[in-house]
Write a protein that binds this ligand. Structure first.
Ligand SMILES: Cc1cc2nc3c(=O)[nH]c(=O)nc-3n(C[C@H](O)[C@H](O)[C@H](O)COP(=O)(O)OP(=O)(O)OC[C@H]3O[C@@H](n4cnc5c(N)ncnc54)[C@H](O)[C@@H]3O)c2cc1C
Length: 458
């Protein structure tokens, strides 16, 4: 018997651990709910709901292959080795297979699990499916991780040409299916949840999202992607974060339609590849700099930033009450839907760190607590980019003007009006300006330039 341990890979397609296990013989699947660990990791109630719904779908998909999904609850990652060892004994398993993850606690958990199960004479095998190219594979000539995105991307694009991008197929039905009918009981996670049903939690829905995006939006992605009122981006991030779809599946589908998309051109398909590469960049950085997962600044000079961390200002930002219409509408989008447009994530993160001088870690945590697509590597990368402390980050002296951002990317105030009806009557000209702002832009900018000048030494 093989055990396939599911984590952030809640799919049966393009799942190397599952495919390999099914080739070896009978399989049982397991998933561990880890409430205390999730709390430590600030997993959002909406993401927990999405996990629950995805697990229910996965259980059905697996049962159609003759595989039972066992869901167990243990408090922490530290409790997993023992629980898995017990399951191995009960099922008389000869191996445990899983797909690797990029975060430091997850990597350390897997090391402990490996030690435990191997001490029982059971094989433990990890497969890399979370990135298109393995973390540690895209390096400078000196064998180090790139510190700048563009050369990373050039190297990545060169290497990916030689890679077989065909996703793994759905595994064959297990031979035992004839003998054993699998009953699928409803899976309930008894933790605080927030309704995630705006995103249908299934692999099929993820694929449908991808097809719709490729049919309707990818051609003009480079033109419209920064406008939050337009449905111009794929909105695949919740699916990618929990592994209902892989970035390899995305790239493969894109290249079937646009074989030249790897050519680094200024068109929609190539620009979308660029975003998938940003995802890879942050994951590679996270694996090679595990301390980032524990709140470290990538740029150590960031340790000298004198954050003011005013709780009143932080609360105003969290509640979407800064007085800046675009920032406040964006925060409402997050609070109401559990998702936020990329341009707005950049604007809100910049506003928190530079206008309000609040530590990026506060914002990183708040985002995790509310995002359906909360993902340590991308979130940390995005926050440290905005705070100018990250790898190839926004230069410290670039401070988004929230009024100009609004005029440029929400010119008619269409997005603002969705989340703040009280402003909807204002003219296209008026709607961008702050009403009782918590800080005044020009003054905040000058203060930020001074506070962030500690990064100049770099
Ligand atoms: C402060 C901040 C926090 C962020 N937190 C997260 C997070 O927790 N989870 C998350 O998935 N993304 C995060 N991002 C990245 C980005 O905002 C989202 O991935 C994107 O908005 C998702 O929308 P989409 O699926 O329509 O993306 P598309 O534009 O369709 O892009 C396709 C995919 O590429 C990846 N991608 C796109 N932009 C980025 C980027 N800048 N960095 C890394 N990957 C990217 C995502 O997986 C995305 O789904 C953050 C960005 C910032 C600035």
């Amino acid at each position: 018997m093989q055990i396939v341990w599911f984590r952030k890979d809640l799919r049966i397609h393009d799942n190397p651990a599952l495919t390999q296990a099914c080739q070896k013989g009978p399989v049982t699947a397991v998933y561990f709910v880890t409430p205390a660990q999730w709390q430590q990791h600030d997993v959002a109630p909406i993401q927990i709901d999405f996990i629950e719904k995805s697990l229910n779908q996965l259980a059905h998909s697996l049962s159609s292959l003759g595989i039972e999904l066992v869901v167990q609850t243990v408090d922490l990652f530290a409790d997993v080795p023992k629980a898995l060892a017990i399951l191995c004994k009960t099922l008389n398993a000869s191996s445990v297979l899983a797909n690797s993850e990029v975060e430091v606690d997850e990597i350390n958990r897997d090391i402990r699990v490996q030690q435990k199960v191997q001490s029982l004479g059971i094989d433990f095998k990890l497969f890399q499916a979370d990135c298109i190219l393995n973390p540690g594979q895209v390096l400078t000539q000196q064998g180090t991780m790139f510190k700048v995105f563009t050369p990373f991307k050039i190297n990545w694009l060169r290497q990916v040409q030689g890679v077989n991008l065909t996703p793994y197929c759905k595994p064959d039905i297990q031979p035992t299916v004839q003998q054993k009918r699998i009953t699928v009981a409803k899976i309930t996670i008894n933790l605080l949840k927030k309704d995630s049903s705006a995103w249908v939690a299934s692999e099929k829905a993820a694929q449908a999202h991808l097809v719709e995006f490729l049919d309707l939006h990818v051609e003009s992605y480079h033109i419209h992607r920064d406008f939050p009122a337009k449905p111009a981006t794929s909105m695949l991030s919740p699916y990618l974060a929990l592994g209902l779809i892989t970035s390899k599946q995305c790239l493969d589908a894109l290249l079937h339609r646009y074989p030249d998309a790897l050519e680094n051109a200024k068109n929609g398909p190539s620009t979308w590849v660029n975003e998938l590469v940003w995802r890879e960049f942050y994951r590679h950085i996270m694996v090679l700099n595990p301390h980032l997962g524990k709140g470290s600044n990538y740029n150590q000079l960031g340790n000298h930033i004198a954050w003011q961390n005013n709780p009143k200002l932080f609360n105003a930002w969290c509640e979407g009450k800064t007085g800046y219409p675009l920032v406040d509408a964006a925060m409402q989008q997050l609070l109401q839907t559990g998702w936020m447009h990329n341009r707005l994530r950049m604007v809100c993160a910049s506003f928190l760190t530079k206008h309000l001088l609040i530590d990026w870690r506060w914002g990183e945590t708040f985002f995790k607590q509310h995002l359906i697509d909360g993902d340590l590597a991308s979130n940390n990368g995005g926050w440290q980019w905005a705070a100018s402390t990250g790898c190839d980050a926004q230069p410290y002296f670039r401070i988004f003007n929230p009024i100009i951002q609004s005029q440029k990317f929400d010119p008619n105030g269409q997005f603002i009006s969705i989340y703040n009806q009280a402003l909807a009557h204002l003219s296209d000209k008026q709607i961008h300006f702050p009403v009782n702002p918590v800080v005044e832009h020009k003054l905040a900018r000058l203060t930020a330039l001074d506070v962030f000048s500690v990064l100049k030494r770099g």
